[in-house]
Ligand binder design. Structure first.
Ligand code: ZN
Length: 120
């Protein structure tokens, strides 16, 4: 039997689980954020090597775009150095428009793009 207004007493609850084989216990929905300095969307992951959290850009890039020192990849919920299948992801801080970066020819195009994207 439905009582008027009863629906208002229910909160929508999302059930989420971390798969038991996942090395990371971070819920993906809670890892999607915006950079607090430039407001660009980022996704946080734990580093496999030291457990520190690292914000990555959401996009993947082909390996020909940047030198290997900028390559990160995600496997089993953790982030590793290197590319995955000729694609990699970039740590947000190297292109964050709120940071004063040393000039790096390889990154200038991307930094310019993100400065424009986050200027509004
Ligand atoms: Zn930023």
């Amino acid at each position: 039997m439905e009582v008027d207004g009863e629906a208002a007493n229910w909160r929508r609850v999302r059930n989420m689980w971390v798969h038991r084989t996942s090395a990371s216990k971070t819920l993906r929905s809670s890892a999607a954020r915006r950079c607090i300095y430039c407001n660009h969307p980022v996704e946080w992951y734990e580093r496999a090597d030291n457990g520190e959290r690292l914000p990555l850009l959401l996009e993947q890039f082909p390996v020909r775009l940047l030198p290997e020192r900028y390559w990160w990849s995600v496997f089993n919920g953790l982030v590793y150095r290197g590319a995955d299948d000729d694609y990699f992801r970039i740590a947000h801080p190297v292109v964050c428009s709120a940071v004063d970066h040393e000039y790096d020819q390889a990154l200038e195009g991307l930094r310019r793009k993100y400065r424009v994207d986050t200027a509004t």
